[in-house]
Design a protein around this ligand. Structure first.
Ligand code: AMP
Ligand code: GLY
Length: 423
């Protein structure tokens, strides 16, 4: 089968790595890809939002499956676009249609969905500039810290957590009236603060059957000890040690099953990933957010722990024949550490030469912000390379990743040396 992966991050490199191992794979293309994906398939210079060029490419290259990495094209309806075009509607698109993608595209939509299906989540209310006064009153009724979320997509930056009531009111005004996050904050969800530990669960579904992937925890802050600014993710571990059988069962019964069944009951087609961000409070799971894609860098630790043929599983998703048999999992621990450009998540430079990226040994070097440039490899983003290793336990796996990290170099390289420190 000819497959096109859309995206250019470490997540897409990990997908390319895993899917290219399948005996079902014929030709693999990645649009636009990065400096690493070109070794596993062919990089195509098409942006993920350029649906017309994607269509032309799909037709010219007999693509039978499109795997959508990031959320934007899903929220913008790429799957619907395929279904609405007779010449490409037979192509399997892995990623939900526009309506299902609203679970990520609108916080209020997702909270309302959770409420309709009794899925545990923080108490909340949604506000617009018209009823901002009610928003202030709602804040008065809560206790600190205050959680303010831009309703729409804000590139992972739309959540503010504030300790002070007055500051929370100022930020609510900034979001609704000064349009702090543009259209994304035309509506704001204010919710109860949940104090607990986070973990992520990934579910692959065709709208009826589902499979739960290995769990993961990512480390979002730039600084060691979870300090400093939020990033896309500085590292991840899988499995999450505190996720025991009892908690797994609660998550499946109270959250995964009602989510998949809720979509089906409401007639919302959904072929793709549901990434459920959870807060565990006193051993009880609450949903913090849904995403409709895989996480990055979680994918870089989750996929290397899957033994099953993921392309075959994707094919079942496309055909609507996904069964509920569990995936075959590798029982080792996986950790990934992200090498980033100095300055990230603030401003940083691009175009710096990278050396040693082939030094992975038994670890896996997933490229993120890299590109091939006249025979050399250069930095092309904030997050540059994710190094994933497997081991008996997290510390053994980490040790291996750190060894490789010391041999991959570029100017102003930075990485966290404490991934998994809290486990
Ligand atoms: P989100 O973009 O919804 O994942 O939120 C970003 C981060 O804010 C999450 O990863 C949590 O650390 C935190 N967060 C979001 N909602 C809550 C909440 N209700 N209580 C506590 N922390 C939260
Ligand atoms: N690492 C978090 C995300 O992909 O949303």
């Amino acid at each position: 089968m000819n497959v096109l992966i859309l995206g250019s991050g470490g997540r897409e490199h990990a997908l390319a790595w895993k899917l290219s191992q399948s005996p079902l794979m014929s030709q693999l293309f990645i649009a636009p890809g990065n400096g690493g994906t070109g070794a596993l398939g062919t990089n195509i210079n098409i942006q993920v939002g350029d649906f017309d060029s994607i269509k032309t490419f799909v037709l010219e290259n007999q693509i039978e499956m499109v795997v959508v990495g990031p959320e934007d094209p899903l929220v913008n309806g790429i799957h619907d676009f395929f279904l609405e075009n007779d010449s490409i509607k037979h192509v399997h698109v892995i990623g939900p249609q526009k309506e299902g993608a609203q679970l990520e595209g609108s916080k209020e939509y997702s909270k309302n969905f959770m409420n309709r299906h009794d899925i545990p989540t923080a108490a909340y209310q949604g506000f617009t500039a018209e009823n901002i006064e009610e928003g202030y009153s709602f804040l008065d009724s809560l206790s600190a810290p205050y959680v303010l979320k831009a309703d729409g997509l804000a590139a992972g930056k739309g959540v503010l957590i504030l300790d002070n009531l007055e500051e929370a009111k100022v930020e609510l005004r900034n979001m609704l009236e000064s349009r702090k996050f543009g259209d994304a904050s035309d509506k704001v969800v204010i919710e109860e603060f949940l104090n607990g530990i986070e973990l992520s669960v990934f579910v692959l579904t065709d709208g009826k059957g589902y499979k739960i992937l290995p769990s993961a925890k990512d480390y979002k802050r730039i600084g060691e000890g979870d300090t400093g600014l939020n990033t896309g993710g500085m590292g991840a571990v899988s499995p999450v040690p505190f996720l025991d059988a009892e908690l797994s069962e609660k998550i499946e019964e109270r959250i995964v099953i009602p989510s998949v069944e809720g979509l089906a009951e409401e007639g919302i087609p959904f072929k793709g990933f549901l990434f459920i961000g959870l807060m565990i409070v006193d051993n009880e799971p609450f949903v913090i957010e849904y995403n409709v894609r895989l996480g990055d860098p979680e994918t870089e630790v989750v996929l290397p722990r899957i033994k099953s043929d993921l392309l075959e599983t994707f094919k079942q998703v496309g055909e609507g024949t996904l069964d509920n048999e569990p995936l075959e999992i590798i029982e080792e621990s996986a950790t990934t550490i992200m090498l980033v450009a100095g300055g990230y998540p603030g401003s940083y430079q691009k175009g710096k030469e990278i050396t040693g990226a082939d030094n992975g040994g038994e670890s896996i070097v997933f490229h993120a912000g890299t590109k091939a440039d006249n025979g050399s490899l250069v930095t092309n983003g904030g997050r540059i390379i994710a190094i994933t290793s497997l081991g008996k336990n997290h510390s053994e796996a980490l040790e291996k990743s750190y060894k490789v990290a010391s041999t991959i170099n570029f100017e102003a390289k930075y990485f966290r040396k404490d991934i998994g420190f809290d486990l």
